[in-house]
Design a protein around this ligand. Sequence first.
Ligand SMILES: [Zn+2]
Length: 231
Amino acid sequence: MDSINAVRTENRRDSIHAVHEIAEYWGNVMIQRFVVGAIQTNCYVFFDEVSKEAMIVDPGYFEERICTFIEEHQLKPKCIYLTHCHFDHILGVKELKKRYEIPVYSSALEEMNLMNDAVNLSTYMSGECVKIPCDKVFFENDEFEIGATCFRVLETPGHTAGSSCLYADKILFSGDTMFCDTYGRCDLPTGNERQIVQSIKTKLLTLRGDTIVYPGHGEMTTIGEFAELEL
Ligand SMILES: [Zn+2]
């Protein structure tokens, strides 16, 4: 029995590993996805090939291979961006922040939730009480740069009260607001279904249809494909 399980685990690792190898280039920028942690969260490393400046989005769990990737590509991490407070998006923050001495960014509306383990669910789900202080917070339409790319913060409450997405030039990091086939659950603390539907309608579906969506879990989609779903 043990050996069967071992083989299954090994196969699963292999198939996950294949996903990790997917790296996408958009002109001078590249996005690498790492699937991390128990809930298979998508942690993304975005970087500019010219300046080597990088951003880590939602490090849900610390894994050494994220650092190996950063070091092999000689990247200069500039920040960690958190789309929302949930434990499966933040458990890797402490280690990466310490290693690269970089600030943590998030939406101003999520700042309190990141410090509240009853809302970020860290104690309940991981057994470790995690509180993440933000070094810099953003409001709707605030911008910051990574290399030559200017990211704009979109406040998209619903999955949590302070959930946000990051948009730049046909790229969207959507956190748990938008997935390839559905939107995020709203039954967790501060969640609100009416709000998430409103956020998607007014903030996300108004983006260009060919915008590539990089969600917090599962496969990528585009705004155009999502718009065609009957949800
Ligand atoms: Zn979440």
